[in-house]
Design a binder for this molecule. Structure first.
Ligand code: DI6
Ligand code: FE
Length: 411
């Protein structure tokens, strides 16, 4: 019987496995064997007899292997462009004037509603490719720019198609409660009814969503409205994620945690009670430093409280056209360090192990460990801290998906 399909030799590992002692779970000069898409052995080179191995051998030449990166929060499926709005703002045009001119989130909604599934796939492909080119192997994608039953489902179908077209795992999230659509401008409760009674069941019937998400904020939905969405998600067997405490503290993280949320995201304004509720529920804190940067926020999420209460911190791009037009998880990792004062080790854990946990994929992904999926990235670096330190230079040598080298986009 074949013991492995492929073996990487002479590699240094940042395993991100907490059972391996020391920072990053480092193991030097190792080999990693994969069979049927999974890691089946991790063995020191000094104890490996290569003569007995009958498999593809890839000599890592002392380069570093990490788990494939996980971007646990994106809105990368959308149509339209907000660059003009960006420019207008910098020329001094106010927020309300921009909204009157048809800008803001509703401009993305209008463009997305007009696009077909195929157009959305074509427009979103390059954004996904940019992530993959930097070693990302798992991406979460949210709906939220359709805001009608048909357009939300269309966005999720586009996300599912991307998974067919590219070597990537995609976790899909139904963010129906992202903004109040124009048709319901005086009736947000009515829209929430639609989300709960029609949209969520339709997405479940078609197998389009792994989880739901909400934007809990005074400019979006109230905690009571979000609660209705969580209740329905729970009844329908979907996971729960939430945009909370980004601009103000409505105690949304506590609410989401009480519903067993997979993650609560942004969290700039969370207090210690919220952090404790997350810790008790095992809810991951997803940091979105790209939005913090782009919106020029000043209140930093309380990293020290997350550390103290052992709340895992994921790091994500939040790739979206309005508040985080960032298609680089490596740059998000750098921002997590420079803006939020996370350590490079926390940033890498945030883009691997904790990102996987935020998608409830932590038992399969996010660590180099026997039994886990062989989604990996091989880097030409001298130390794993470089992955959060440098940006703009792509040090990725191989992107390995399910045990196979998949560097190039498929076209
Ligand atoms: N948080 C944000 O900052 C945005 N959505 C969200 O949930 C903004 C999205 C947009 O403006 O397109
Ligand atoms: Fe977001």
């Amino acid at each position: 019987m074949k013991s492995c399909d492929r073996i990487w030799t002479h590699v240094n590992l940042a395993t991100l496995n907490p059972e391996v002692e020391g920072p990053y779970g480092v193991l030097l000069n190792q080999s990693v064997s994969v069979l049927d898409g999974r890691i089946v052995a991790i063995q020191a080179m000094e104890s490996l007899d290569l003569a007995t191995v009958s498999a593809d051998v890839i000599d890592g030449q002392g380069k570093w292997l990490t788990p494939g990166l996980v971007d646990a929060h994106t809105h990368l499926v959308f149509a339209g462009n907000r660059a003009e709005e960006f420019e207008q703002r910098l020329l001094g045009v106010g927020y309300e004037e921009i909204a009157r001119r048809g800008g803001g989130i509703i401009s993305t909604v209008n463009a997305t509603r007009k696009a077909s599934v195929e157009e959305l796939v074509t427009l979103s492909g390059p954004r996904l490719e940019a992530l993959l080119a930097e070693g990302v192997t798992t991406v979460e994608i949210k709906s939220g720019y359709g805001l009608s039953v048909e357009s939300e489902l269309k966005m999720l179908r586009a996300a599912k198609q991307l998974e067919q077209l590219y070597p990537v795992r995609i976790s899909t999230t139904l963010l129906g409660a992202h903004a109040v659509p124009p048709e319901f401008s005086d009736n947000a409760d009515g829209y929430i009814e639609l989300v709960c009674n029609e949209l969520i069941p339709a997405a479940v019937a078609e197998g389009l969503a792994d989880s739901v998400d909400v934007f809990c904020e005074s400019i979006a939905f109230s905690p009571d409205q979000c609660k209705r969405v969580f209740q329905t998600a729970r009844e329908q067997g979907l996971g729960i994620k939430a945009h909370v405490e980004q601009l103000s503290n409505l105690h949304g993280a506590e609410l989401a945690s009480n519903y067993g949320a997979w993650s609560a995201d942004h969290l700039e304004c969370i207090d210690e009670n919220g952090v404790k509720a997350m810790a008790a529920a095992g809810t991951v804190a997803t940091m979105c430093p790209g939005a913090f940067y782009f919106l020029r926020e000043t209140r930093v999420p309380p990293i020290e409280l997350f550390r103290r209460h052992n709340v895992p911190m994921a790091v994500a791009t939040d790739l979206n056209p309005g508040s985080s037009p960032l298609a680089s998880l490596r740059l998000a990792m750098n921002m997590a360090c420079t803006l939020f004062r996370m350590t490079p080790e926390e940033a890498l854990a945030g883009a691997t192990r904790c990102g996987a946990q935020a998608l409830r994929m932590g038992s399969e992904l996010g660590q180099l460990k026997v039994g886990m999926c062989a989604d990996m990235a091989l880097w030409d670096i001298e130390h794993p801290a470089e992955l959060a330190y440098q940006f703009g230079v792509n040090s990725l040598v191989q992107r390995i998906f399910s045990g196979e080298v998949k560097n190039q986009p498929p076209h």
